[in-house]
Design a protein around this ligand. Structure first.
Ligand code: ARG
Length: 530
C-alpha cells in the first residue's frame, strides 16, 4: 500500500489499522522520515496532504492533523462488518484464520514428539510440561493447516525392564497390576532396584531377564509387552483428561536393531571416528578438530541412547516424510540432526507436590487440581448449583494448570503454586473459564439476530474489544514463529479483562434494541475466541 510505504510503516505488526492511530512528527523525525527542522504542524499537514493524495486504504477513512500529530481514523463500520462479523457462529473455529498474514506461513507435515514418559518410572514435572506444551504446539500447527503427527516416544527399553521383569516374578501381583498398573509397576521397580543394590542374585536375575529380552525370548517379550500395553492404556486414559492424544506410541524399543545400522551408515560415510578412549564418535566441531564430539558407540561395541535417537529420527523421516520435526523436551540431547528438526526447550518447575507429597504420577496432579478446585467452589458464596461439580472442577482446575504454565516464556523456571493458580481473580485459568461461562450464559443464549448496524457501537470499550479480536491472527502468527503459548494465553486473558469492563459498561439489557443487538454480537465473538 503506497501510503504506508510513504510513512515507512511495516506491513504487519503495530499498524494494521485495527485501531485509530496517531503518528507524531517527532517520531517521524527520529525515524528519518521527516527532516528534523521546521514547524511541526506544517510538516504534519504536508505529510497528511501527501498521504491523502495516495489512495487511502479502505479501512483508514480519514486523516487529520493537530499540533504536529497526524491522526488516522479507521472506518469502523467496514472494519466491523467485513472482518469480524462475516465470521458466523457456524464457522467459529475458523475465526481469524483466513488471514493474509497467516497465509504467509509455510505448511506441510509436522511431527511433534512430546510427553515421552518412561515405563515404571516417575512422571515428573518435566514430563507434564512436555505434555502440555507439545499438545499446544500440535494444536497450533494443526489449526494453521499443517498435517500434524503427534508422537509419544516412550522409555520402553533398557535395564529397567530387566529389574521390572525379574522383580515382577518376586514381588508382582496380577491383581494389583490390573487395579493400579502404573503404581504397581513403579513399586515393583523401586523395590527391585533397592534389592539389587545389595543382593547379587537379584542383580543377576535382572541382567538375565534383560538379556532374554534382547534375544527376543518369547516369555520375556510377552511380559514386557504386557507391561507396555497396560501402561499405554492407562496413559491414554489420563491424557484424555488433559485433552491430549497421540497418533503414535513409539519408543526406544523400536530402534534397538536399527542403532547398529546407524553406526554402519556413519562408518560407510566416513563420519565415524575412533576416540582416544576407543569409543566411536562423530566429530561435530566446525573446525574438524574433534573439539566437540558425539559418542555413538561404547568401546565394547554397544550403542547409546543417542544412537537409538538418531535411528528413531531416520526412521520417522522415512515413515512419515515430515517437513519439520519438533522435539518438546526439557534437556537438549543434541538431537538437532538437521535444520528440519527443532528442539523446544523449557525451564524447570519447582515445588510440584500434592498434599500427599511429591508427585509421582500424572494422575496425582490432575486429581489434586480437581480436589482443590472443588474445595474452592464449595467455599465461594457465588457458586451456583451445578449438575456435575466434579466435572466443572476438573476442567477449571486443568485450565488453571495450563495458564500457570503458559503465561510466561517457556524457558523460564517457575514455582508451582496451587493457591495462586486457582485464584478466581487475576490472570488465571479460573478467571478465563469464569469469563467464558459467564458470556455463554448471559449472551449466547439470547442472541439470534443476524442483522445489525455496527456504527451504533460508539463506546470506546466496544472498539477496544473489536480491535483486540482483530489481533488474533497476529497472535497465532507470533506463536507459530517462536512456538510460545504465551502470546495466545495473554491475548485471551486480556480479552477476559476487556470483557469484564464491557460487562460493567455495556449494559445490553438497558440499551436500545438495535444497540443491544450489536453489543451482544460483540460479546459473542469474545466467547468464540475464548
Ligand atoms: N523418555 C525420556 C525421558 O523421560 C524423554 C525422551 C525424549 N525424546 C527423545 N527423542 N530423546 O527423559
Amino acid at each position: 500500500m503506497p501510503w504506508k510505504s510513504l510513512l515507512k510503516l511495516p506491513d504487519f505488526g503495530l499498524f494494521r489499522q485495527t485501531a485509530d492511530f496517531r503518528l507524531s512528527v517527532s517520531t517521524l523525525r527520529i525515524n528519518g522520515i521527516l527532516p528534523s527542522r521546521g514547524d511541526v504542524q506544517v510538516q504534519a499537514e504536508n505529510l497528511a496532504t501527501q498521504v491523502r493524495c495516495h489512495k487511502l486504504d479502505s479501512v483508514v477513512e480519514d486523516i487529520s492533523t493537530d499540533r504536529g500529530v497526524i491522526s488516522f481514523k479507521v472506518n469502523r463500520k467496514l472494519l466491523f462488518s467485513s472482518t469480524v462479523m462475516k465470521t458466523t457462529i457456524s464457522t467459529d473455529e475458523k475465526f481469524g484464520l483466513n488471514s493474509e498474514l497467516l497465509n504467509t506461513l509455510k505448511r506441510g507435515t509436522t511431527l511433534v514428539e512430546y510427553s515421552s514418559p518412561n515405563i515404571a518410572k516417575k512422571f515428573h514435572a518435566g514430563h507434564l510440561r512436555s505434555t502440555i506444551i507439545g499438545n499446544f504446539i500440535a494444536n497450533l500447527k494443526q489449526t494453521l493447516g499443517n498435517n500434524v503427527i503427534r508422537m509419544n516416544y516412550l522409555g520402553d527399553w533398557g535395564m529397567q525392564f530387566g529389574l521390572l521383569g525379574a522383580g515382577f516374578g518376586q514381588f508382582g501381583s496380577e491383581e494389583k497390576l490390573k487395579q493400579n498398573p502404573l503404581q504397581h509397576l513403579f513399586e515393583v521397580y523401586v523395590r527391585m532396584n533397592k534389592e539389587a543394590e545389595h543382593n547379587e542374585d537379584m542383580k543377576q536375575a535382572a541382567r538375565d531377564f534383560f538379556k532374554q529380552l534382547e534375544q527376543h525370548e518369547s516369555q520375556a517379550v510377552s511380559l514386557w509387552q504386557q507391561f507396555r500395553q497396560i501402561t499405554v492404556d492407562e496413559y491414554q486414559h489420563i491424557y484424555k483428561r488433559l485433552g491430549v492424544h497421540f497418533d503414535i506410541y513409539s519408543g526406544e524399543s523400536f530402534h534397538q536393531d536399527q542403532a547398529q545400522e546407524v553406526v554402519q551408515q556413519l562408518q560407510s560415510q566416513g563420519l565415524l571416528k575412533t576416540s582416544e578412549k576407543g569409543t566411536g564418535v562423530v566429530d561435530l566441531s566446525p573446525a574438524g578438530d574433534m573439539n566437540s564430539v558425539c559418542t555413538v558407540l561404547r568401546s565394547d561395541g554397544t550403542t547409546l541412547y543417542i544412537t537409538r535417537d538418531i535411528a528413531a529420527a531416520i526412521d520417522r523421516k522415512e515413515k512419515y516424510n515430515f517437513d519439520e520435526m519438533i522435539y518438546v523436551l526439557l534437556f537438549s540431547r543434541d538431537i538437532n540432526i538437521d535444520c528440519r528438526c527443532q528442539h523446544v526447550p523449557f525451564g524447570l518447575v519447582q515445588g510440584m507436590s500434592t498434599r500427599t507429597g511429591e508427585v509421582v504420577f500424572l494422575e496425582d496432579v490432575l486429581d489434586e487440581a480437581r480436589a482443590r478446585m472443588l474445595h474452592n467452589m464449595s467455599q465461594a458464596k457465588t457458586t451456583k448449583e451445578m449438575d456435575n461439580p466434579e466435572d466443572t472442577a476438573e476442567k477449571v482446575g486443568i485450565s488453571a494448570l495450563l495458564v500457570q504454565d503458559f503465561r510466561g516464556p517457556l524457558l523460564s523456571d517457575y514455582r508451582f503454586d496451587w493457591d495462586r493458580m486457582l485464584q478466581a481473580q487475576g490472570d488465571t485459568g479460573v478467571f478465563l473459564q469464569y469469563t467464558h461461562a459467564r458470556l455463554c450464559r448471559s449472551v449466547l443464549k439470547y442472541c439470534y439476530a443476524t442483522t445489525f448496524d455496527p456504527s451504533l457501537l460508539l463506546e470506546q470499550t466496544s472498539m477496544t474489544i473489536l480491535q483486540h479480536l482483530l489481533r488474533y491472527d497476529e497472535v497465532l502468527y507470533q506463536s507459530a514463529q517462536d512456538l510460545q503459548p504465551k502470546h495466545l494465553v495473554n491475548f485471551l486473558l486480556k480479552l477476559c479483562h476487556l470483557t469484564a469492563s464491557a460487562h460493567r459498561e455495556l449494559l445490553v439489557k438497558g440499551s436500545p434494541p438495535d444497540v443491544a443487538q450489536v453489543e451482544k454480537k460483540l460479546h459473542q465473538h469474545a466467547i468464540l475466541n475464548n
